[in-house]
Design a protein. Sequence first.
Length: 660
Amino acid sequence: MGSTKKEELSFESMLRDIEKQTNNLPEQKTAIPENRMEEEKMDSKSKEKEKTISKSEVAYSVREIMGEETQNLPGQIKFDLEKEEQNSHSEQQNKKLDSKQKLQEFLESTTDIYSGKHRTIVTSHTATIHKITPEEVNRFRKFDLAESQVLRYKEFKKLRKAKAAQFVLDTEPEQKRDPEDKPNQEVQLPELDLYEDEPKEEAELEYNQPSDAAEVENRLKRMKKHSLLRLLGTAVLGLLSLYPPVAMQFNLPIPPVFTVNSAITYLLIYLLFGLGAIFINVPTFISGLKSFKSLAVNRDTLYTIPMLVTILQDLFLLIVGSDVLESNPNVFLLMPLAIWGLAFRQLGQFMTTQLAIKNFPFVSSTQYQQYASGTIENNDLAAAFTKGTVNRKPYVGYNRKTGFLSNFIYYSFLEDITDQFSFYLVPAGAGLSLVLGAVCGYMANSFPVGITAFTVGICISAPLCHLFSVGIPMLLAQKKLSRHSAVLLGYEAVQQFGNLNAVLTSAHDLFPKGTVVLQGMKSFSHYSIDHAIIDAASVLNASNSILRDMFMEVLLGREDLLKPVDSVVFEDTMGISAWVDNRRVIIGNREMLINHNIEVLSEEKERKLCPEGCEIVYIAVSGILSAAFIFSVRANKEVRNSLEQLISNGIYLVVQTVDP
């Protein structure tokens, strides 16, 4: 009894010692996963009542958690723990096993609960353990993928590795590839042809880089040759088909097979003429049928439909009976008109190709600086440029430098007004032709007469001179523009610049090299006149002033003498200022210098220095007047002629300038 009481007192003293140790430890913040906290809050029904552990359970838990660290405890505490554990072993074995199992599940189902192994979980005489249900334990386990998902993922990785192994950079030698990276099986990728509906030659024909110049030029020449051959072949068939009716009309000699007296032979010969014309003009015929099928009628459709209708008329007369052609003068073939329509279509194509061949040397030349023309699409900006001048909607044109002119073929063969006109002319002509055929057939009480009238209407709706409304004017315009080293690419450019009423340009374009002449100079300060000229030339070159060429002539064109320029500022009607070598350089008239509080010559001295017909410009460096330059301006003859043409066409000139 005495020993038992002593053991209980020792155990209580041991607990007090542990409590003192735990109270002296810093407070530990538990890091419970956020998802667990949320699940515990949301699932209130899954919470169980807390269970209080007896002293023996606490002792066992401390020993289990701390493990070997219990060897470092004081001797009395260590002895008491072992003694208490032996005495309660028989009574609490089941409870301890259950407690151990719950504690182990709890510790395994959470992460980062305690910040250190040497921190005891006992913060008072009792410890609280939450009961973990099997459902909660499963939520904390690793997510297991289905076997099918794993197989699909492995297959995906295998396929991706195979594709990556086949990828080789253009700059990577083939022999340097790692043999292990080669796939076990070749991955077949589908080929994508962006031009599957276009002829291969036309699909690849484009000028996208300077190295394409020779190939594009050769292909343009081949296109011209093919157009010429088609034109000559169609023209020959047209002449052969046109001779019989002309000979019969004017009593010219003609073989009997070419007369209506041999009606069947006559119809068969003209059928061969029509089929031959279609064979020669296969590209045009296919293009016309495709556009008609997609309801995107173009110029090819305009001449494909008459050819089809005349062939159908020929076949109809062969089926109905050739006697109608001989007995009825109102029934006749219109095959010659359809054939000549295709001939004129090839003539228009030949003219377009010829125009592209003439324009290409200007576009592909690398000897001169190239410029591209355009119009300002922003209406507000265009109105701001033409404020007070243009009374209607402004169309402002401009030129800008360009390093390379691309898409030459696209713009050269782009659809024009003939395609737009054909979209309305073909359905309108077909409808009117049907009405004409019905009326004529009813009045003549003859179906063949109605077919003939319908064919006449179809052929008339495809005028032979239709293509000349674009081809000939474009050739004449290009002939005039070539004198000024300019080109007009396609009818779209005509539409874009047809309504032009203002042109944006710079003062330097109006006064090119040689129009501004230096008449004299004068220095005023200790600053070197040579340095003043270099500083001024640097600023004027950076600002694209009309005085730039004058100063570059003084420097003998040596651009290597120019200095870097920073912060160029233009002050309206006065001049410009900039920073050169950490010095502020001001170039302008006397008002410019006065505005910057710089001492300037009196008006009397200025008049003596600057003769009549000349202008004077001052240069100030670091706030001190350094030099004055006197120059005169001459008119350029070509510029004057161009300005007169602008005036005669009612086009205003908007000038951008930085000069005083």
